[in-house]
Design a protein around this ligand. Structure first.
Ligand code: NAP
Ligand code: MG
Length: 504
């Protein structure tokens, strides 16, 4: 069965079975580039489905927890191999459901492959440590233990990479999962479930429930049997989930919005900075949490930089990401496009100069999707809403700055703290920027996007709550430390007391 046909028939994945929603309701998902392209029909689930999935994950947990981690790793290696085999097909599916251009969709699948192999490698590490005891004939060590049923709630902008980051870290550590994908992009998570199924993951270890944030997400994250919640999405929803989880002190990992700045100094390689800004601002149609939505440019070079940026932005080809030569795909939904159009109006009203773009594109085939022209605002000030709020579309804002210090001050003046970057040839200022930027991710002479899976990913301030995804840090979210002391002295030894008793 081809993936396409399988998707049309697939439902929730609960306890190893593909099931319709208990209500029997379904919804259609169509390509944001082409309303005639039906990507799939998916279950519109609710509380009953959540209950069934959590019960399945709970039932599968003891056995999965007790499966040796190197054996769990073998399944992840197999998943990585299947993802590699099916990379092209999965990327095409993703471009159809989400809109990002094919090269970027391949990158999204590649992140899942990289994460599969990274997590699998951890199956033979998952290191705790041993350490000397302060008392004789006593052994001290600490180990990591899985936590239990993990609820994953994911956004639509990285339909496979983000579900893979979360699930593979949780799985290698011995947790079981219920995932609720974004309503706009369930197909990539259905595909990921099929990969795990083929790789031999036991029934109930990875469960998928498709439906809305209110009907599925909310009952899932507040479920008593869910012990960990990992959420990526907007700061508004993250705040609501944080409040909902607080009464039970549930382990909660939040990755939320961004308003990322590139600081371009007077000694920067301007052409290199323009390339970085174009990629960071318009890659994924600006729908990245790490998008370069603020360009803080030293006044010495702001004229040259802005002219070159606008010239490049005008050359970008907008269209269906399945076609060759397309640089920028559609927004994910009409709602997202409306938000972008609204922010363009706000920017104009606030007095920023619209230098290019600023409008929906609907000529010819573009009328079938949610396209918007790559947009640059110039002469913006840091207090404008377009300089402070996450737009999540192909819009970037040039803010002139007088000095390095002013650039840092403006970069840090927003509520978010995800990614940042500096372009300079001065090593002293590069190192000062590395220290001063209030972000979880930072780049030198490169754009604000481009994270690699073996490093921690996440942000500070209103972007995160102190956890990280990916890397080894991602496993922290899904494990608890247990400290173990073994006394083989055959007598009562009192820590802190006997240790310091002076030898008579
Ligand atoms: P969103 O609206 O917050 O949705 C994220 C997920 O939460 C979706 O699965 C959504 O379901 C679900 N949800 C909505 N309301 C919920 C509720 N009350 N309880 C539980 N779950 C609920 O975000 P989005 O529009 O999909 O994604 C864009 C946002 O994600 C941006 O703010 C972006 O910065 C952020 N993001 C952050 C990172 C990062 O790592 N920091 C990475 C990517 C994206 P529905 O789809 O059904 O609404
Ligand atoms: Mg859609």
């Amino acid at each position: 069965m081809s993936t396409e046909v399988a998707l049309r028939l697939s439902g929730n994945f609960i306890g190893g079975e593909w099931l319709p929603a208990a209500s029997g309701r379904t919804f259609e998902n169509r390509s944001p580039a082409d309303a005639d392209d039906l990507v799939g029909v998916f279950p519109e689930s609710g509380l009953e489905d959540v209950e069934a999935a959590v019960a399945a994950a709970r039932k599968a947990y003891p056995r999965w927890r007790d499966t040796p981690a190197p054996r769990r790793a073998e399944i992840l290696y197999a998943a990585g191999a299947i993802l590699t085999r099916d990379k092209e097909e999965l990327a095409r599916l993703m471009t159809r459901e989400m809109g990002k251009v094919l090269a970027e969709a391949r990158g999204d699948v590649q992140e899942a492959i990289d994460m599969a192999f990274l997590a699998a490698g951890e199956g033979r590490r998952l290191f705790g440590y041993t350490t000397p005891s302060e008392l004789p004939n006593k052994f001290a060590m600490c180990v990591r233990q899985p936590i239990g049923v993990s609820a994953l709630v994911t956004p639509w902008n990285f339909p496979m990479a983000i579900p893979a980051w979360k699930s593979m870290a949780a799985l290698i550590a011995g947790n079981t999962i219920v995932i609720k994908p974004a309503t706009d992009t369930p197909a990539s998570v259905v595909a990921l479930a099929r990969v795990f199924e083929e790789a031999g993951l036991p029934p109930g270890v990875f469960n998928v429930v498709i439906g809305s944030g209110g009907e599925v997400g909310d009952p899932l994250v507040t479920h008593d049997d869910v012990k960990v919640v990992s959420f990526t999405g907007s700061t508004d929803v993250g705040r609501r989930i944080s409040a909902a989880c607080a009464p039970t002190f549930k382990r909660l990992h939040l990755e939320m919005g961004g308003k990322n700045a590139i600081l371009i100094l007077d000694d920067a390689d301007v052409d290199l900075a323009v390339e970085g800004a174009v990629w960071g601002a318009f890659g994924t149609t600006g729908q990245r949490c790490t998008a370069s939505s603020r360009l803080l440019v030293h006044e010495e070079v702001v004229g040259e930089f802005t002219d070159k940026l606008v010239a490049r932005a005008r050359t970008l080809q907008v269209g269906n990401g399945l076609e060759p030569g397309i640089d920028v795909g559609p927004l994910v939904s009409e709602r997202q496009r409306e938000t972008v159009a609204r922010y363009v109006e706000i920017g104009k009203r606030e007095g920023a100069t619209l230098l290019c773009g600023g409008e929906k594109l609907a000529a010819g085939d573009l009328s079938r999707g949610f396209f918007f022209a790559p947009t640059v605002f110039g002469d913006a000030t840091p207090d404008m809403r377009i300089s402070r709020e996450e737009i999540f579309g192909p819009v970037t804002t040039v803010i002139p700055v007088e000095s390095f210090e002013e650039g840092i001050r403006i970069a840090n003046s927003v509520e978010y703290g995800l990614s940042g970057s500096v372009y300079t040839r001065d090593v002293d200022r590069a190192f000062r920027a590395m220290r001063e930027f209030e972000t979880g991710i930072f780049y030198v002479n490169s754009s604000t996007i481009g994270a690699e899976v073996h490093l921690p990913f996440g942000g500070i301030k209103n972007t995160g709550n102190g956890h990280r995804e990916a890397g080894i840090a991602g496993i922290e979210v899904f494990t608890e430390w247990k400290s173990i002391y073994v006394d083989f002295s055959g007598r009562l030894q009192r820590a802190q007391i006997d240790t310091h008793e002076s030898a008579e």
